[in-house]
Design a protein around this ligand. Sequence first.
Ligand code: SIN
Length: 283
Amino acid sequence: MLEYERNSSPSGLGLKITGVDLKNEIDPVILSQLRSLWVEYSILIFSGQKLSHLEFEKFSLNFGEYGDDPYIDSIEGHPHIIEVRKEANEKATHFGSSWHSDWSFQKRPPSATLLHSKIIPPVGGDTLFANTIRSYEDLSEELKSELKDLKITHSASLPYADDGFYALEKEKDRSMKIVPSKEAKKTYTHPLVRTHAETRKKGLFINPVYSLGILDMPENESKRLLDYLYSHMIQEKYILRHKWQANMLIMWDNRSVMHQAEGGYEGHKRLLHRITIAGERPS
Ligand code: SIN
């Protein structure tokens, strides 16, 4: 029987789920319960789930079609699974180290990301999530009305362009297969305040990795406003800190959280597998 437990974080995020074995076919009633809990709490956490690639793929497809994962080579034979990997002796900065919402530069960014842990270091390597709906709701009515019709340009250029972070990084021992490209300079414009397609709740759809600037606003004003919003969004009260063990699967909703991977595990290997699920055009 499916059981769930909230954590003590004030963020309103995250639910630990037990009583379901993800290797098995999931009963449609349980599946619909999982979907409702996922959109309500944004992050579902399943422990003790040892999964093969095929089982991971099969479970993920319960939540929609695969997303499109550019700029990172997938696992051979599994074009929709990427490895989030750092070797024990690797000097390159760990992947996902700044706040972001997965692939927000796409026309239809992924709704869900599923991350399955294989090798987890004994210290560090937590993943932090920030509740972008709560942080929006807490803004003053005056600021909400200022943000109401703003649009913001997103692109993958900062990390993935041919002159971006990964192309120019000095440390050459990165074990993840990242493929920078000119394509990464392509931009998409999304509303700064996004209405969640399932809950209809409004949230801030911005992040410092992929959001370039607010449309029709002078650069310095846009930067000032975004910097203010980012520091508001990452206050402790909006954050869930996820501590990993091997064989955990977590799935989060990119429409209501942004996330960041923490380091602090030098000398230890960390390996997880990731799948994204296609979302809708933000509105
Ligand atoms: C990611 O940004 O998808 C990676 C998160 C993590 O490694 O904890």
